[in-house]
Design a protein. Structure first.
Length: 114
């Protein structure tokens, strides 16, 4: 699973972690409904999660679109707006679980979040 955050939001580490948690939850729920065998393999193989950054909203939307078009399980997360950012702000896209090479073909050029 790859979690793509938005670098332009400058979220606190805690807020970013919470948003990534939402993305993981949504992707796991989708995988549970759409491909239970894939989810079982993912969990059995260590449930890899990598967090990368897209520069801005447009890039995040493009990544989500590519993943959805490719049939990759994906989820786009919008914040409720209770703390750091306005309600409805898109913060993270989760991709996976899925075939590593398929996900990496969309996300491998993005920098890791440090």
């Amino acid at each position: 699973m790859v979690l793509v955050t938005r670098a332009d939001l400058n979220l606190s580490k805690g807020k970013m972690a919470a948003q990534c948690g939402h993305a993981v939850s949504e992707c796991v729920l989708k995988a549970s409904s759409n491909d239970a065998k894939l989810l079982k393999r993912y969990i059995g193989n260590g449930a890899r999660k990598i967090v990368v950054a897209a520069p801005h909203l447009e890039a995040l939307r493009r990544i989500y679109g590519e993943a959805a078009e490719s049939g990759i399980i994906c989820s786009i997360i919008k914040d409720a707006g209770h703390t750091e950012i306005p309600p409805g702000t898109i913060t993270v896209v989760g991709l996976g679980p899925g075939v590593r090479s398929d996900i990496d073909s969309i996300t491998s050029s993005l920098p890791l979040v440090k």
